[in-house]
Design a protein around this ligand. Structure first.
Ligand code: CA
Ligand code: CA
Ligand code: CA
Length: 176
C-alpha cells in the first residue's frame, strides 16, 4: 500500500531553505544587473565628458559652442563661442564630436535614455553638463550618492526632480 504521509517538518524546512537560496540568488542577480547598469551610465558620462574636454584641448572651443565656419569639415552650424553649450547649441555637440573626433553617442542601458549636453546653473553660475534622460529616480539617487553629495539640487550631480526612491523617470545632470 502506498504511503500517503505528507511532508515531515524536516522536509518542509529543507524545502523552505532551498526556496530561500533560490530567491536570494535571483535577488542578488537583479542587484548585479542593476549595479552594472549604473556603472555603465557613469562610465558613459565620464567618457563623453572627456571627449568634450578633449575637443576643447585640441581646438580651443567646446563642441556645439564653437564658431569656426570651416571646422569641423562639413559643419553646418556654429555656436556663439561663449564657453557654454546654450540651448540652441546642444543638438550640435554630437555632430561636432562625431565629425572631429569620431565620437558617436549611444542610448543609455536604461529605458532608451539619451545622453545630452547643455548648460545649467549648478549653484554659482552656469556650467556645461552631460545629462542622461529616462533614468528611474532611485537610480539617479544612487549615482548622486556614490559620486556626489546624494542631494538632487546641490553639488556636481543634480536631477530634474527630488529623490523619492521611486521608478519615476528623471533627467540626471553631471557637471563637466
Ligand atoms: Ca554658447
Ligand atoms: Ca563650425
Ligand atoms: Ca547632488
Amino acid at each position: 500500500m502506498i504511503s500517503q504521509r505528507g511532508f515531515s517538518l524536516l522536509e518542509l524546512a529543507i524545502v523552505l531553505v532551498v526556496i530561500g537560496f533560490i530567491l536570494g540568488a535571483v535577488l542578488q542577480g537583479q542587484n548585479i544587473v542593476y549595479n552594472a547598469k549604473i556603472q555603465r551610465i557613469v562610465s558613459d558620462m565620464r567618457d563623453y565628458s572627456q571627449s568634450f574636454l578633449l575637443y576643447y584641448d585640441r581646438y580651443g572651443m567646446y563642441p556645439g559652442d564653437e564658431d569656426d565656419p570651416s571646422f569641423p569639415p562639413g559643419d553646418t552650424f556654429n555656436g556663439n563661442h561663449n564657453g557654454l553649450v546654450d540651448t540652441e547649441e546642444a543638438s550640435n555637440v554630437w555632430e561636432d564630436l562625431s565629425s572631429a573626433l569620431g565620437v558617436v553617442t549611444k542610448s543609455s542601458p536604461v529605458r532608451g535614455g539619451q545622453y545630452q549636453f547643455g548648460a545649467r546653473d549648478f549653484g554659482g553660475g552656469k556650467r556645461n553638463y552631460i545629462s542622461v534622460t529616462n533614468l528611474p529616480n532611485r537610480m539617479a539617487e544612487a549615482i548622486d550618492a556614490r559620486h556626489d553629495d546624494g542631494v538632487w539640487n546641490t553639488g556636481n550631480i543634480q536631477a530634474s526632480s527630488p529623490y523619492d526612491g521611486s521608478d519615476n523617470l528623471v533627467t540626471l545632470y553631471w557637471r563637466i
